[in-house]
Write a protein that binds this ligand. Structure first.
Ligand code: BTN
Length: 240
């Protein structure tokens, strides 16, 4: 089924800015901005998002959810679960989730999620590498696509339809069952939450240790070798 609220651009700087503009004009929840190409795709922490024309799914979903601003990390996790489910249905491969918001296939990043709040409306930006056959040298070692992982071409339209269903389902889980339900699901599906040896780059320095679960706000606990614990508030987590 094709989703009725999708506005598709051939080329756009970033679907985030257009979705934020529509949100500020009062567009309904569930409005989706998607593009064949982004010329200024945004990643987290000011990074850019490689948005090769026609190869990936680049979209931003406007979500008017009754959530507190501090639920944003958990909304990001709910979206990670949604992306993972859509990819699993399209490929039969179960992706891993690297806290807080990377979706991995065979240990390489296949999708990323960027959530922004605009006047208490959430803009859920999702980028999935679908039919890329190669990546620029600076990301080639860490990136993959559905095509590279499965050896076949995938329909971006079908993937988007499945994704929007999953976004709907996991947003409902968060709103109706609460953050704990999302944290449980995420913890079961991510190899990064418990017992993973990681290094985390943060502005205050580097933390290395073994992951020891999520706190109730969805932050990652890392136990250092000396037994002390660090609560990781933002990404930059790498397996070592
Ligand atoms: C990340 O992992 O750094 C997040 C990447 C998010 C990329 C998507 S692509 C669609 C939407 N528009 C953007 O400019 N960014 C997000």
């Amino acid at each position: 089924m094709t989703h009725p609220n999708v506005i598709w651009f051939e080329s756009i700087p970033s679907t985030m800015t257009e979705a934020a503009r529509l949100a500020s004009e009062g567009c309904p929840s569930g409005t989706v901005v998607a593009a064949d190409e982004q010329t200024a795709g945004q990643g987290r922490h000011g990074h850019s998002w490689h948005s090769e024309r026609g190869a990936g799914l680049y979209c931003s979903v406007v979500l008017r959810l009754p959530l507190q601003a501090n639920a944003l990390p958990i909304l990001t996790m709910a979206l990670g679960l949604a992306v993972a489910e859509a990819i699993r249905r399209a490929t039969d491969i179960r992706p891993d989730l690297r806290w807080p918001n990377d979706v991995l296939l065979h240990e390489k990043k296949v999708a990323g999620i960027l959530v922004q709040l605009v006047d208490s409306v959430s803009i859920a930006g999702i980028g999935i590498n679908v039919n890329h056959t190669s990546f620029p040298p600076d990301i080639a070692a860490q990136a993959t696509s559905l095509r590279l992982a499965t050896g076949r071409v995938h329909s971006r339209q079908e993937l988007l339809d499945g994704l929007l269903e999953s976004v709907d389902r996991f947003s409902k889980t968060l709103v109706e069952e609460g953050p704990g339900a999302v944290l449980d699901l995420f913890s079961h599906q991510s190899s990064y939450v418990q017992g993973k040896r990681v290094r985390v780059e943060q502005s205050g320095g580097e933390v290395e240790g073994t992951t020891a679960g999520l706190d109730p706000s969805g932050f990652l606990i890392v136990r250092r070798d000396d037994g002390t614990e660090a609560t990781i508030l933002a990404g930059g987590v790498r397996a070592v």
